[in-house]
Design a protein around this ligand. Structure first.
Ligand code: NI
Length: 173
């Protein structure tokens, strides 16, 4: 079966506010499997459901994984909320939905997240560094936000312009 397509900026569906997940159904489990497949294929370290067009509060992450050592530690995060945030950190971020671009973004340095896993069990996790950044980045997707919403208007404007030009050129082919 073909992999699900990752929506790319400026697709308006990336701006939707996602709805809480109710019962964990077979459809949710299947979506999660599909999302993990896409994440590892790209490759990426996180993918949120709205990025594949499903506006529900679910994302997958694996911050341990890299192409060199294919040790996979996937985690499914459902209905997350931050119960504690602290400090500041600047990290260079990228996103599968924001092609050909990275930028420094300021985030909380340490977070505590509460969520549900795929078995419906509660998870509470304290994270820092890359893990904390990734959790905040993926959470943003559920709120219809991209990392480029955190950068200066000038930088964002330049990217939007570049992206529109590229899309216009591709349309013309
Ligand atoms: Ni992203």
């Amino acid at each position: 079966m073909a992999l699900r397509e990752v929506l790319q900026f400026p697709d308006p569906r990336l701006k939707m506010i996602s709805q809480p997940v109710g019962e964990i159904t077979d459809a949710i489990r299947e979506l999660t499997r599909d999302m993990l497949e896409v994440m590892y294929d790209e490759p990426g370290i996180g993918l949120a459901a709205p990025q594949v067009g499903e506006a529900i509060r679910l994302f997958v992450i694996d911050t341990e994984w890299s192409e060199e050592d294919a040790e996979r530690c996937p985690q499914v995060i459902i209905n997350p909320e931050f119960i504690h945030t602290e400090g500041k950190i600047i990290w260079e971020e990228g996103c599968l939905s924001v092609p050909d671009y990275t930028a420094d973004v300021e985030r909380f340095a340490r977070v505590t997240i509460r969520a549900t896993d795929l078995d419906g069990k509660e998870i509470v996790e304290e994270a820092e560094g890359l893990r904390a950044v990734c959790l905040q980045h993926e959470f943003d997707h559920l709120e219809g936000k991209l990392f480029i919403d955190h950068i200066s208007r000038l930088k964002r404007g330049l990217y939007v312009k570049k992206r529109k030009k590229l899309l216009t050129e591709t349309d013309g082919e």
